[in-house]
Design a protein around this ligand. Structure first.
Ligand code: TYD
Ligand code: MG
Length: 520
């Protein structure tokens, strides 16, 4: 037998090389190549007794059936059934929103996020909800059955897990024993059916997982996490690029063939020793990121890729003592104490996908003790901050180059879109002057390099949200259309006009007009 060939795979992008390089030629990452055994593509490695009708092999999964495959006839749109369009409601509106209106049956969704952010919690809650109507298999490679059960009872799931109690083990055995007899499986399952249709499988071996999927025939399977799943025939360690890629590809094939919806957890690590879900993102239908400050309670579920809906949608949850709670009105989470406003704060309306969120921005400006001033932005784009500071120096005459400037969004929410520029500018000026911005005013607008206020997208959505939350006034770009709402509109064309309008008792004389620009 020929000596197994080794290849080098980039941990970051998954590119393959025949020799080791210090830098990946594909993605330019240093020291990211790892040595792995190359198994000839698509070899049909005999598996332990086979996985139902499937054989897993590196490079793909094959049907072991010797019968010739049925010809796949191409279809016209009329002939293709519309069934796919009927989405499932997950019981969590926030999740349905980021998925584009619910779970698409048969789709493969990857949920990425830092460890400890709440991925397992979210998926267990969703599994519990969906198990009222569908059969769910929750595969956990990170926790034991007892741990999952403990979490389930912490989440207040009334009739948690089926599989891990002793009695249920017997039932599962009974189900497993019928695995080769597909005809009877349904009957057996019905016979053994338990109130809730949620099954837990603590397992990391891909073959065992596929076997269980084949015998249980769930409507939906959760894999928590893909980094723990391994295929024994591949010599590389679980979590390596090759393992992650092959396991996902195998699961994908089964999912598409058997019409099983899959929710897959993927860890993201900063070190890059574990394959990040980047490699997976190409394979799956939908990629969601679960993010948030581990020290703050809110969590954002963000769409990065979606074959069945829009990207850049967000869903907002809050981690409380009994799990994740939906936040139906997120703006309240990101607004400071409006009864007692502090100098240097301004309210903006950011849009995440189609979702407007009213956020408080805080600025702190103070004389610098360094030769070059310190500038930092939390939750806002640093380059935009620097640009706005330059505009304020040149067009408004504030000596920003002699001042340290710090700007942060409340709750650390990322608001990196141009529409918050005006709010950043106003917050900085208010901090510089130690004034309070009228707390009933929201600021919407992009700041141009010439000090002009430019139009932004989705103005109607933003104004509606501000009006809904009781804001009295909005300062918006001149010339932009706005709907008739219960909110006073003040259209401005220059940053300086916005400053005068937003900061009470602020007159032009108060501002050091060092430039020869005549802003009036
Ligand atoms: P987990 O879902 O295990 O994170 P992940 O799967 O993304 O690694 O979430 C773990 C964190 O959530 C942990 O720090 C504790 C916290 N938590 C709560 O605050 N309340 C709860 O009800 C649960 C189940 C977890
Ligand atoms: Mg987890």
């Amino acid at each position: 037998m020929a000596k197994p060939k080794t290849i080098f795979i980039c941990n970051k992008c998954g590119a393959e090389f025949s020799q080791w390089f210090g830098k990946c030629a594909n993605c330019d990452t240093y020291d990211s190549l790892v040595e792995e055994n190359a198994t000839p593509f698509g070899v049909d490695i005999p598996t332990k007794g086979g996985v139902g009708n499937w054989h897993v092999a590196p490079g793909g999964i094959k049907s072991s059936s010797k019968k010739p495959a049925k010809a796949r006839a191409s279809l016209t749109f009329d002939q293709i059934s519309d069934r796919q369009i009927a989405r499932w409601e997950s019981g969590y509106g926030e999740l349905d929103r980021v998925l584009g209106g619910g779970v698409v049956p048969g789709s493969m969704v990857l949920i990425g996020g830092d460890p400890g952010i709440g991925k397992s919690t979210l998926l267990l809650q969703v599994s519990n909800e969906l198990s009222q109507r569908y059969r769910i298999l929750y595969v956990t490679g990170e926790e034991s059955g007892q741990q999952v059960k403990l979490r389930a009872s912490r989440l207040g799931m009334s009739n948690p897990i089926n599989v891990d109690s002793e009695a249920d083990d017997t039932k599962k055995e009974a189900i497993k024993n019928t695995e080769n007899n597909v005809e009877n499986t349904e009957d057996d399952l019905a016979h053994h059916s338990i109130a809730s249709d949620l099954y837990v499988l603590p397992e990391t071996d891909l073959e065992e997982i596929l076997r269980e999927i084949d015998s249980l025939k769930p409507n939906l399977a959760v894999i928590d996490s893909i980094q723990t799943v391994f295929f024994p025939a591949l010599t590389s360690a679980p979590g390596s690029v090759a393992q992650v890629r092959e396991c996902t590809a195998a699961l994908m094939k089964v999912a598409k063939h058997e019409d099983i919806t899959m929710l897959i957890v993927g860890h993201v690590t900063k070190e890059g020793t574990i394959a990040g879900p980047r490699v997976l993102e190409h394979l799956v239908d939908t990629v969601l990121y679960f993010e948030g400050d581990r020290f703050a309670s809110h969590r954002l579920l963000r769409t990065v890729k979606n074959r069945f809906g829009a990207t850049h949608e967000i869903g907002i949850f809050e981690m409380v003592s009994n799990g994740l709670r939906e936040v139906p009105n997120p703006s309240e989470l990101f607004l400071g104490n409006r009864d007692d406003p502090a100098p240097g704060t301004a309210i903006v309306v950011a849009c995440e996908g189609t979702r407007p969120i009213v956020v408080e921005l805080q600025a702190l400006v103070s004389p610098t003790s360094y030769t070059s001033p310190r500038r930092a932005g939390t939750g806002i784009d640093y380059n935009r901050l620097v640009q706005i500071l330059a505009v304020l120096e040149k067009r408004v005459g504030i000596p920003m180059s002699k001042l340290d400037s710090y700007v942060a969004s409340a709750g650390g929410l990322n608001v990196e879109e141009p529409a918050v520029d005006l709010g950043i500018a106003i917050a900085i000026v208010a901090s510089f002057r130690d004034r309070i911005v009228d707390p009933g005013t929201v600021l919407i607008g992009e700041v141009g390099l010439g000090g002009q206020v430019r139009s932004v997208s989705q103005m109607e959505l933003r104004l509606k949200e501000a009006a809904k939350l009781g804001f009295k006034r909005a300062i918006i770009p001149k010339g932009q259309k706005f709907p008739d709402l219960n909110i006073e509109i003040l259209a401005v064309s220059k940053v300086i006009d916005a400053i005068i309008a937003a900061i009470p008792h602020q007159s032009l004389e108060d501002i050091d007009l060092e430039t020869d620009e005549d802003e009036e």
